[in-house]
Design a protein around this ligand. Structure first.
Ligand code: FEO
Length: 399
């Protein structure tokens, strides 16, 4: 994709990545991902963020195509040092040796640790303004959205916020780059999957960033991934605000682990109870085949969570253990939780699930069901009852 003008003097010079299968070597990218970077042309020439290393040639081509004759790049603003954005800094400096690299004190430490760069690094402070001609860049420190050095840069004359990872999501840009050019619904699930898996753990810091930016009149949001929000920035701000407050919707995620179909029968009975109880939004995940990131995305969204697991080597089924750990890592603490399990020659799974459920701020949804080998008719009736009780819990939240 060619460089695209955003407003007078500000251009998108990002790239799409359709090759990487796992972002951060962890998260599947079925729709690809974009690494957004920006170029400001004023008295000074300024770049905001770079792209992942292998995409440097395409990025450099875009810079050169926009660079006015006789000009060089004066500044690179580094809002975030994760290598999907900083990976081209070293070679960019080689292409423009006089270019100053602008970040904060923590950025400076990371520039040296990652790339051995010390010279020509300018450390700015919160609220400082860089005058680049007609345009003025104001820096806002927003630590832990997503790393300690993360900051945002606000161009005051066009009200454009270069937001780093905040407001970004998975999904390559398919032709259009603006929210009014793309199908926003297509991106929204991937924005939530990005948020819940990568930024969600730091939700309290997202809220602090919101507090800091309260007086800032933002008209355009340029994130480092996904669409640029120029027509309706309030929409993505509202979503991020809601998600970072862990506000949930009426609906239930049903995750189960089943080796031979017996625990699956229990899951289906719970789902029957949910439907009888009037729950419309039910998301079923087989823990052995759904990638963790999609399960976390749905758990982040919905109020109810039912987990059912077979026992494996006297413990919780291994992928279910991983999910429990991922939920705890992301500090998801206020869901209505119900659990069930199965065993044949030793228990184990249910005990671990109950320990997990007991940590929720919400009262556990009952009954707890444990089947020996294959669920009896009575077990199935109890699973339906669990579904019905969960329906009541998510429809009348008390926590
Ligand atoms: Fe897109 Fe935290 O890097």
């Amino acid at each position: 994709m060619k460089p695209t003008g955003i407003v007078e003097g500000i251009y998108w010079i990002g790239v799409n990545d359709f090759e990487t299968t796992l972002f951060e070597a962890l998260w599947p990218l079925p729709k690809g991902v974009s690494y957004n970077a920006y170029m400001l042309i004023d008295e000074k020439i300024v770049l905001v963020d770079t792209v992942k290393g292998p995409y440097f040639p395409a990025y450099l081509d875009k810079i050169k195509s926009l660079l006015p004759a006789g000009k060089k790049v004066d500044y690179l603003i580094v809002n975030h040092m994760e290598p999907d954005h900083s990976g081209s800094i070293k070679v960019l400096r080689e292409a423009f040796p006089d270019m100053k690299i602008v970040g904060n004190q923590k950025t400076a430490g990371m520039l040296e640790a990652f790339y051995g760069l010390k010279d020509g690094v300018v450390s700015i402070k919160d609220g400082e303004i860089l005058d680049i001609g007609a345009k003025k860049l104001e820096f806002h420190m927003t630590p832990m959205v997503h790393w300690p050095e993360t900051m945002m840069t606000f161009e005051k004359t066009t009200n454009t916020l270069f937001a780093g990872d905040a407001f970004g999501g998975f999904g390559a840009l398919n032709g259009g780059i603006f929210d009014d050019e793309v199908d926003v619904d297509y991106y929204e699930d991937e924005v939530l999957r990005y948020f819940s898996n990568i930024v969600g753990r730091y939700s309290s810091m997202v809220q602090k960033a919101f507090d800091k930016l309260k007086g800032v009149d933002i008209k355009i949001i340029c994130a480092t991934h996904g669409p640029i929000w120029r027509s309706n920035p309030a929409h993505i701000i509202e979503l991020y605000d809601r998600w970072s407050k862990q506000e949930t919707e009426e609906g239930v995620v049903l995750v189960y682990g089943s080796m031979y179909g017996n625990t699956q029968k229990m899951m289906e009975a719970v789902a029957t109870g949910l439907v009888q109880g009037g729950v419309e939004k039910i998301r079923v995940h087989n823990i052995s085949t759904s990638h963790l990131s999609f399960i976390i995305r749905d758990i982040w969204r919905f109020r109810g969570l039912v987990m059912g697991s077979c026992t494996y080597n006297m413990e919780l089924f291994p992928p279910m253990k991983q999910l429990v750990s991922a939920i705890e890592n992301r500090k998801i603490v206020d869901r209505n939780i119900g659990v069930f399990g199965s065993y044949t020659w030793s228990g184990g799974a249910l005990k671990e699930l109950q320990e997990f459920a007991s940590k929720s701020k919400c009262a556990q949804v009952l009954p707890v069901i444990e089947a020996k080998s294959s669920p009896t008719d009575e077990d199935i009736e109890k699973c339906i009852e669990l579904g019905l009780n969960m329906a009541k819990a998510v429809k009348s939240p008390t926590c």
